[in-house]
Ligand binder design. Sequence first.
Ligand SMILES: Nc1ncnc2c1ncn2[C@@H]1O[C@H](COP(=O)(O)OP(=O)(O)O)[C@@H](O)[C@H]1O
Ligand SMILES: [Mg+2]
Length: 338
Amino acid sequence: MAAIRFETVTKTYPNGQTAIRQVDLDIDEGEFLVLVGPSGCGKSTLLRLIAGLETPSSGRILIGGADVTGLPPQARDLAMVFQSYALYPHMSVRDNLAYGLKVRRTDRAVAAQRVAGVAAALDIAELLDRRPAQLSGGQRQRVALGRAMVRQPKAFLLDEPLSNLDPALRAQARAELRRLHRRLGVTIVYVTHDQEEAMTLGGRVAVMRGGVIEQVGPPLEVYGSPVNTFVARFIGAPAMNLIPAALAGIEAPAGAVAGIRPQDVALGTSGQLHAIVDLVEPRGHDHLLHLRLDSPGAGPVIAVVAGFTPPPVGAEVFVTVPPDRRHLFDGRTGKKLA
Ligand SMILES: Nc1ncnc2c1ncn2[C@@H]1O[C@H](COP(=O)(O)OP(=O)(O)O)[C@@H](O)[C@H]1O
Ligand SMILES: [Mg+2]
């Protein structure tokens, strides 16, 4: 396993599209790093740069301290797992696992030993004689991972590997992946557009936008202290509400914007912000309230309200923003204010 380092890496595709802009990033040995961001922000490009499937236009990439910038994928010794697992349908699980070793002409006894070891680690030993079609989605994912693991790569690169699974399986596969990482201590770089997946999986998450890493940190740090309004709204669901600070009666520099998560909005019978309940969405254990502020220039505010009897549509409420729960941003740049 190895650390991965980006030194001011830029990637511009031949068509002129710059997908990665001056990215500096240090991924520790054995770390589980999740790259998250909206579609087109450069996540796959960053992963492909690590793998050697793309070359940087400028900057350097180091793996285990060695400069690999000019090295082809075969020389980097990494394993990549894509959204489509691309298992060979006509082969047994055992042969799928062994295939990469076979083409590298690994000694047969060594190969059999590695396959057995990986199958035990992934808890798929009893599936070795099945075909992929006879497996569940989560089992297929483990076989795809296992196929990468038998090669004993320096790191795993996973590009949206769970997005083909239905929600229940995804949650299960996610948990399995975390246990696996804890057990094996391998370096994993994992790409997803799903902020919930990023929050639950990552030892650290790197939030990307437009080819730039906006913030890197442990999930709860990014959630609790977003550096700008983009990160604030991208991480956490429903998205953080942004209200002009002056409207909310918050003392702040001119033009400042107050951010408050829907879970932190408090409703009362008096206060600074008068609102009308516009829509109520039951979610089982709580309700989502869409509130319309009666101040001009204010967008809708979403509140998550626990309990079974929310205020009805049309009800008048007052929104309060608990001081210890609010975030403040510069209205122009979107940057967090100290
Ligand atoms: N081979 C390519 N040639 C030109 N542009 C590309 C190529 N691959 C990706 N891009 C562009 O680079 C940007 C980042 O793409 P990508 O890394 O695939 O984003 P993500 O994985 O976050 O959705 C997008 O604007 C995309 O259209
Ligand atoms: Mg992608």
